[in-house]
Design a protein around this ligand. Sequence first.
Ligand SMILES: [Zn+2]
Ligand SMILES: [Zn+2]
Length: 280
Amino acid sequence: MTNRIPFDLPEGYVEFYKAIESWQNELFFKLKRAAGIGDFDADSIPQSIERPVLETHGIDIDPVHYREAFLELTQLVMKEREGIKDSLQEIVKVFSEMDFTEIAFRVINNDCQHFEKLAAEKGLAGELAYFLLDHALRPFLRCFALPYQGVVVGEDFHWEMAVCPVCGSQVNFSRVRAEDGQRLLFCEHCFTEWPSRYLGCIYCGNTEPLTIKYLVVEGDDAHQLFVCEKCKGYLKTFDERKGDTKRDLFIAGIETVYLDLIAEENGYTNNRIEDERNLN
Ligand SMILES: [Zn+2]
Ligand SMILES: [Zn+2]
């Protein structure tokens, strides 16, 4: 099936995310250096992972560092988006007084309801607040994930859930590796990749070829939308064999928002597992 791109991304949209990602990269490298990651004890890494590691092992996030990261990211967004300065200042006023250990716990558990309620009570822009808290936390998750990434990317690693095996976040992007056509799912929260069947729905496990289709937009075969007729789930994919370069998968996810729109317009969703997350 071929579609047309239904809209142009607003000007500066991708650049905005690129600025956030470079800030996240910097913080990630800083955290990595501070944690001395790279010298982790290989014996302490589980060889079999059956539930997301974060759920079974927990994560220690320094609330002081997380709060600092949140404030820094807010400053960056303020620079990029002058028009929402007042909303950002209100968010900072309310959140900077809060307990960032609890905030980290709630963000990791994807407890949007808590933040929506809080935002309504305080008259804040709830989605914006959650966006900042979520994106400020991601470098910490990337650091946490490092020791496990070698385990989950191996060919013999089998994982049937549609969430990241390390941090438990929902997944909505994958790439098909140029060298061997292997599909790797990608977590945009902790940047972990792990193998998955090329043809198979990550939500319901369906592998019947006729009920799994893929859609592309005209003139671009590399960015694909895999949809499952059984459960109406969808997954975006970058096929390296058809694209001319390796992609930054986080940015590829942002640049292909039109695929989400096409999917949703056709009745597919990638929100199938919101309620299944159970990291409490
Ligand atoms: Zn993850
Ligand atoms: Zn399915």
